[in-house]
Design a protein around this ligand. Sequence first.
Ligand code: NAD
Length: 496
Amino acid sequence: MNQAISGVGTAHPLLSNFIDGRFVDAGTRTFENRNPVNGDLVNLVREADASAVDAAVAAARRALKGPWGRTSEQERAVLLRKVADGIMRRFDEFLAAEVRDTGKPASLASHIDIPRGAANFNVFADQILTLSTETFRMATPDGAGALNYAIRVPRGVIAVVCPWNLPLLLMTWKVAPALACGNAVVVKPSEETPTTATLLGEVMNEAGIPQGVYNVVHGFGPGSTGEFLTRHPGVDGITFTGETATGTAIMKAAAEHVRPVSFELGGKNAAVVFADCNLDKAIEGTMRSVFANCGQVCLGTERVYVERPIFDAFVERLKAAAAKLKLGDPFDKATTMGPLISQEHRRKVLSFYDKAKAAGANVVIGGGAPKLDAPFAEGSFIEPTIWTGLPETSSVVRDEIFGPCCHIAPFDSEEEAVTRANDSRYGLATSIWTENLTRAHRVAAQIEVGITWVNSWFLRDLRTPFGGSKQSGIGREGGVHSMEFYTELRNVCIKL
Ligand code: NAD
């Protein structure tokens, strides 16, 4: 087997596409993958052109017609568990690759990204073994009746288009259920984070996943690999995680051949902190939800509403906690915040920092780019930032920034808090902080999002539905809900 990556800690000169079980040099152009910590070149990546995407889709389609198409649920569950084991066996390689691509602290990636990337395969191996369908016995005029039962078939070739913030975790969240259901996939990782999806190709081969079932094509979005893949007539369904505007473009591509989509899109998530909360827990949870992964989490909090009696105390304590965040080497255990994904994204986030100042925000902490010594001076680090005093109409309060920042505003009643939390075109997640259980249930029922946390954040049983309301997504994945997207139900009606 030819290898995708030459070794832990070393940069590979060229990262290949993975098509039909092999690393191939399809495509003529390459692009650079840079480490956001110091700007170093991690590797060159081969951009898959239209013919490379054709080859990947054709390989996936062939795989469906081959032995993979005849595997039982039990056989696929065994294979998926081998993939999970394979990731865990090569944990250090996945960790090094993810940290190099994203700059996130190794302490975070070793705790969340890599173990969850492996766990996704085990979760959906379990899920496929318990999947059932409905049966109805119906009456007929002759009295004999008829039996209706549904069968599930794989949807076919699934395009999996991924973002850069949690590359392995979010990619496997789609690939694992797709394979559990017997589909074949063509994955388009983010151009910012191409490595772990590629490394997973080696693991797929080691686990015995047949060739063509898992394919990876590298490149960009519009006019490049992402567009070639999502427009490809050989693709039967598209699952996408990323920005809402990209979702709109992909939905248009999907419309061309009437393909279903599953979308996990952007957010502008609120935290609602009532005066009766446990303030220690609210500060700890809000710290994580604003600053984890340098604020680059779709579920992260960018709007905080705090009941007026504790507003000043909350702002002071969040400021004090944010002041302790330590930027720097992601492999240093003391580092608690890495850089943003790229200089380009830093320019975008800094433009919001400028807008906040121009709109008259009170900058509680941060508000700019830090001055770091070499080798981090070339990194895309940014200051953790808290604002108060902006009107709700400000773009800083309305638009997704995707950086380590939040705006905190006071509220005076439960009704006002609900109204302001819901005043968004997005509807992904909300955290409510209160010790009053009745209030928690009452407020949660009124919040227009896919997931409401009470006294927590980023906690979820993987069997539960996950997705966004409003412009934060289409559909639900997780547990049986994933299976609904990755299979098609067909009815069989037998006259008795
Ligand atoms: P993005 O939309 O810019 O890119 C995501 C992927 O889409 C990349 O692989 C990109 O190359 C590809 N792409 C871009 N344009 C395309 C096109 N026209 N056709 C086909 N493919 C195209 O998103 P990003 O910047 O990588 O990720 C950050 C965004 O993702 C944020 O908005 C965040 O909220 C969202 N996100 C949502 C969830 C969720 O579960 N709801 C999870 C993580 C991230």
